[in-house]
Design a protein around this ligand. Structure first.
Ligand code: GLN
Length: 539
């Protein structure tokens, strides 16, 4: 079994996820079968309960697991569908161990980090991978963190076991010191020492740098860090993350990996998708302003997949989309017109809790009344309906039970509207983890609707992450005006898409389409939204 580990040193945010995803993409293009896994040292069982401000967006897999946002990169760069087994945190490892301990499965032994925690880590890394040629594991955090020590120890043990061929890629930063005009290798040397402290020697060092790395510097890293000079791979800053696969291919990272691990690819490398995307990226003709009204607007990673999905759709429409992020708490009745007047399209993303809701409702009203293309996602769809019911249908005392008690809870928990759906299991009230509708569900599209024009399919599958649903009891009341539902669960009880039949382009969905967009396969909803926003801009 062949295992590739990717660790990071010197500083965080070097783009380990992108390097991992790019390498995976290069190997996949040669027909290598692989799994990509993320190992995170934090003690949360999964990132589902973490604030997007702390850890960026929570990415959801088809099989309904809340995972690290790096899995989003893995899926966007390849055709691989990740699963819950591909996101492993210390918290998940420890909760498995503690449950086993309570069941008495350790037969009286003292449960310890070595061997019990490391054994469990190793099991998670190799789990269900017998059909794969390679498993690539990205280790979260930076070497030297206390939390990541058991992961490094597991790697050390793997390296020592004859049934595994392992390769460790260490990603570092070569900082450029302007006053001396030099690129510095010392931090790289230190971080390799840090790895050696854990008993592991990297096989390949990938160096991030915004300056050209000279032959001498490569030689120096090779000498001090004990790797051959052809295994010191420069990774220069590029304009777009989607150019990294080509960059690493030029640096021969994949050739090196294939040689060192004796992988037998079944076909020649093919970079066409990346070359084509780069050509498209260079062909953008016009700027387009899309306004996103959200809560976590100060950290771009909070809406990572959304940002990427809009980027993909922009590139495929030859548009350079400029996203204007607006904190919904800053919007009110008085300033909404002024704030949003230059928007060519307005988007309300998913979210939780009642902070900033009035501002979002104002933005939806503005888009609806001014015929500005509008896309609502998850919470954005729930608010789209509330706005309409309150301002047009004028149903008194209506809202979502997420925000308070209303006589007419248009949006509420399924348990509140008393319909049993066996597939959705909810755990105890006080347990916030896994109490949501999570993962991919089929959705059936109404004929002759905007949704059917967009998807050109009768049935689609999209990923969900929410607790609340539109109460179907209110369907006919909501549909009295311009809104119609155009996407349903098989039993028609879950209302998944709503659109405004008397508007230029106005669509809101209960699921998260952004989780399925890829640079070479942009999501049809975003393609259509951007296309219509461009048309709106140019009227
Ligand atoms: N807070 C809403 C719910 O739980 C919406 C969630 C979301 O937008 N992802 O239903």
């Amino acid at each position: 079994m062949k295992l590739i580990f990717v660790t990071g040193g010197v500083v965080s945010s070097l783009g380990k996820g992108i390097v991992t995803a790019s390498l995976a993409s290069l190997l996949c293009s040669r027909g290598v079968k692989l799994k990509i896994r993320k190992l995170d040292p934090y003690l949360n069982v999964d990132p589902g309960t973490m604030s997007p401000y702390q850890h960026g967006e929570v990415y959801v897999t088809d099989d309904g697991y809340e995972t690290d946002l790096d899995l989003g990169h893995y899926e966007r760069f390849t055709d691989i569908t990740c699963s819950k087994n591909d996101s492993i945190s210390s918290g998940k490892i420890y909760s498995t161990i503690l449950a086993k301990e309570r069941r008495g499965e350790y037969l009286g032994s003292t449960v310890q980090v070595i061997p019990h925690v490391t054994e469990e880590i190793k099991k998670s890394i190799t789990k269900s991978s017998h059909k794969d040629d390679v498993v690539i594991c990205e280790i979260g955090g930076t070497v030297g963190d206390i939390e990541s020590l058991p992961f490094l120890e597991a790697i050390r043990q793997f390296k020592n076991e004859s049934q595994f061929d392992t390769l460790l890629i260490h990603l570092t930063l070569l900082p450029y010191i302007e006053t001396s005009g030099e690129v510095k290798t010392k931090p790289t040397q230190h971080s390799v020492k840090e790895l050696l402290n854990s008993g592991i020697q990297p096989d390949v060092i990938v160096c991030r740098s915004n300056q050209k790395i000279s032959k001498e510097e490569i030689q120096k890293i090779s000498l001090f860090c004990n790797v051959p000079s052809n295994a010191v791979i420069p990774s220069y800053d590029v304009n777009s993350i989607y150019q990294v696969p080509q960059l690493l291919s030029k640096s021969k990272l994949d050739d090196l990996v294939i040689k060192k691990l004796k992988i037998k690819p079944i076909k020649a490398k093919n970079l066409t998708v990346w070359e084509n995307f780069e050509i498209l990226e260079s062909k953008t003709k016009e700027d387009l302003k899309i306004f996103i009204i959200g809560k976590y607007v100060h950290l771009k990673d909070s809406y990572k997949s959304l940002y990427e999905a809009i980027y993909h759709a922009g590139i495929h429409n030859q548009a350079n989309v400029m996203i204007k992020w607006i904190d919904s708490e800053t919007i009110n009745k008085k300033n909404v017109n002024e704030l949003l007047k230059s928007a060519s399209g307005i988007l309300i993303p998913g979210g939780f809790g009642n902070r900033g809701i009035p501002g979002k409702l104002e933005a939806i009203k503005f888009a609806r009344e001014n015929n500005v293309p509008f896309l609502g996602i998850c919470l954005g769809m729930q608010l789209t309906i509330i706005e309409y019911v309150r301002n047009v249908i004028r149903l008194k005392n209506s809202g979502s039970s997420e925000f308070g008690k209303y006589k007419n809870n248009i949006i509420s928990l399924m348990t509140e509207w008393n319909l049993k759906n066996k597939k959705i299991k909810r755990s105890k009230e006080n347990d916030l983890g896994a109490t949501m509708r999570l993962g991919a569900y089929p959705c059936f599209i109404k004929k002759n609707s905007l949704a059917s024009k967009i998807y050109r399919k009768k049935m689609i599958s999209e990923r969900h992450r929410h607790r609340y649903e539109v109460n179907p009891k209110f369907k006919s009341i909501i549909e009295k005006g311009d809104l119609i539902f155009s996407g349903f669960s098989k039993d028609k009880k879950l209302l998944e898409i709503v659109e405004n039949k008397n508007h230029k382009w106005f669509l809101a969905v209960q699921y998260h389409p952004e989780l399925k967009s890829k640079p070479f396969k942009p999501h049809p909803i975003f393609l259509s939204f951007i296309k219509n926003s461009l048309a709106h801009k140019n009227v």
